[in-house]
Design a protein around this ligand. Sequence first.
Ligand code: ARG
Length: 456
Amino acid sequence: MAIWNSRFKKELDETALKFSSSIDIDGKLYSEDIEGSKAHVNMLMKQKIISIGDGKAIIKALDEIFNEIENGKLKFDWRKEDIHTLIEERLVAKIGEKGKRLHTARSRNDQVALDERLYIRKEIINLIKFITNFQKTLLKKAETNKETIIPGYTHLQRAQPILLAHHLLAYVSMLERDKERLNDSMKRVNISPLGAAALAGTTLNIDRNYSAKELKMNGIIENSLDAVSDRDVVIEVISACSIIMMHLSRFSEEIILWSSQEFSFALIDDSYSTGSSLMPQKKNPDIAELIRGKVGRVYGALMGVLTIMKSLPLAYNRDMQEDKFHLIEAIDTTKDCLDQSARLLSHTKYNKERFENELTGDLLLSTDIVDYLVNKNIPFRQAHHIVGALVAYCVAKKKKLNEITLEEYKNFSPKFDKKVFELLTPMASIRSKKSSGSTSPKEVEKQILKWGEIFK
Ligand code: ARG
């Protein structure tokens, strides 16, 4: 019989019970559920709402139930509806009458809201660990590619040469903001809804701040209706995961592009590549593609919870049970993808020689020629115009910038002298960057040192 069944003349229909059971998902919150219950019992004892004897018996039994679940002895029976009910019924089975006092001044509504917050708190810390690990892998790769030159792109068209290290460090810095976002949300996550009861609070003399403190939470969600009604922190953490996944997807996309024969720049180790069942020559970047593809799960989760919550009247509605599916899916997927991104990167080599010669004299150096003319006191807009005409000339003649003569240069501006040829290697371009945070080796080294300090 269900815990709420005494006012009914019939049991819930078996298929309806199965349909409404959430234990296959919220079963993952068993340790948070027990942690929350213990804090609640400690508060009830302190407030003399239950006796010390009963409270201690409950806590001891809850610890045993925790071990039973850990050891696989207590099976998750879907007939128990949810993890809260399963644990409470097991408690009563173990210690009888005493166990029936656990749920005093509590509802599953504040209980589940608390469990989710404790779970998110734990997972924020885990996510941050996974991000840091990926950042360290990126930093290591950057350190070994301080001289590797690549074309930097805009619109996926060659723009200006940059160092691969600079490119990799851009991801380190994006991921740092991802961590900040998670850390910021902690102050909204780590507050207690416990004691809001079903929606209106309770007539019993509870101390909500005490149980919050027991759980190392920073205070309580004051309004009892708010405490049981909202799932904004669930949405917030999935949204932070969505942004992380967007970053991972861009990173994966580049590995996929760069490992193509057309780019021939990234070489994924055999242990991180897959083959084709039909075409013997194929070597595919499936892991990167899966990371890119799994973004769908996390964005889907975000849309899922936003949609569940829209239009729900206050306070609790059973619709809200569906949020945990999305929450757990988003967090597990994001952790997995962060882990695989780090592993994929450490199994990827970059062809250091791939671009250096090809980019010597390449049109992507034209911006440096514009700056050269600006240094000779030609107004920028005019310099841009001159070099544009020069580029058109090279395209027409099918020549690189280092394949035309000084005389030809002088036809475009008398200010050109033979020094212009010194600009026409990608490394010269990279070295000549002066602004802070640029791709110049000096600035890249600064970033490497900074991140090295941070991750020490
Ligand atoms: N399994 C429920 C959920 O996750 C727990 C809360 C049930 N509350 C209720 N009033 N039926 O939302």
